[in-house]
Design a protein around this ligand. Structure first.
Ligand SMILES: Cc1ncc(C[n+]2csc(CCOP(=O)(O)OP(=O)(O)O)c2C)c(N)n1
Ligand SMILES: [Mg+2]
Length: 291
């Protein structure tokens, strides 16, 4: 694999996400920009998959529970070489009949594990995936079935009631190959989460039988260390990753302004200059694409 700096890879996700939302004049740039470092560490260092065979049965699963952040998934599919996820599809974001609808659909786009968008649904479906892995491994053996299920979940995912039922079951059954990366950005659709919620998610998950810890979600080494610990755990793991929504946008980062609308030409240009990436829409540097 070509080696390029981690942050340049993460910034490629940010650039594509900003550009796609800008072109569509709708969508959610904040989550992909905030979670780009988490995704880059996961996809370059941990996730077991074959881009040429997205349905390979023993692949690791990655579920974007916060389906509104779909440009994160589409950028990842494009950058990791999924043959159907072309740059043209990225440019068709949110258009009728594209492979890149506003929220990801597993029956439409190869490489999408499950349809998400209704908050709480992805994390709950992922508990079922982790249980299925455990049952299949017990039946057929670890030589045939041995994979992890990773989830990226947002504040809204963890606020939804259905997540409690799923979390309780996963803890009770010790689904230790389930790893939830929580995009702990403290921001939701209308402002800071402090308007409506003060749950200590680490305590909440621990009380349900999970391992749980808090890390800096922009620190590559910390993310990798936490995932390594999670893979060794005898319990399912929550990694609360403190992130800045819209990371890189000079005026809108860290605010709900970047949750669900295009950045606007001026802020987009300033964000790209800030991140040191090409101002040309949808451009990814050759060495980054190769890596
Ligand atoms: C069940 C459900 N209710 C409401 C919505 C509408 N909605 C989309 S995103 C969102 C909140 C987003 O906050 P968060 O999950 O923290 O995402 P972030 O702003 O950090 O990207 C809401 C309420 C939804 N998608 N699903
Ligand atoms: Mg949030």
């Amino acid at each position: 694999m070509t080696q390029v700096d981690h942050s340049r890879m993460a910034n490629a996700i940010r650039g594509l996400s900003m550009d796609a939302v800008e072109k569509a004049k709708s969508g959610h740039p904040g989550l992909p920009m905030g979670a780009a470092d988490i995704a880059t560490v996961l996809f370059t260092q941990f996730l077991k998959f074959d881009a040429a065979v997205p349905a390979w049965p023993d692949r690791d699963r990655f579920v974007l529970s916060a389906g509104h952040g779909s440009m994160l998934l589409y950028s990842l599919l494009y950058l990791t070489g999924n043959s159907e996820m072309t740059l043209d599809q990225i440019k068709q974001f949110r258009q009728v009949d594209s492979l890149t609808p506003g929220h990801p659909e597993n029956f439409r786009t190869k490489g999408i594990e499950t349809t998400t968008g209704p908050l709480g649904q992805g994390i709950s479906t992922a508990v079922g995936m982790a249980l299925a892995e455990k049952m299949l491994a017990a039946e057929f053996g670890k030589k045939i079935v041995d994979h992890h299920t990773y989830v990226l979940a947002s504040d809204g995912d963890l606020m939804e009631g259905v997540s409690q039922e799923a979390i309780a079951m996963a803890g009770h059954w010790k689904l230790n190959k389930l790893i939830v990366l929580y995009d702990d950005n403290g921001i939701s659709i209308d402002g800071p989460t402090s308007i409506s919620d003060s749950v200590d998610q680490v305590k909440r998950f621990k009380s349900a039988g999970w391992a749980a810890e808090k890390i800096d979600g922009h620190n590559q080494a910390a993310i990798a260390d936490a995932i390594t610990r999670a893979k060794k755990s005898s319990k399912p793991t929550l990694i609360a990753c403190r992130t800045t929504i819209g990371f890189g946008a000079p005026h809108k980062a860290g605010t709900s302004k970047v949750h669900g609308e295009a950045l606007g030409a001026e802020e987009l240009k300033a964000a790209k200059e800030n991140l040191g990436i090409s101002l040309e829409p949808f451009a990814v540097a050759d060495d980054v694409l190769k890596a």
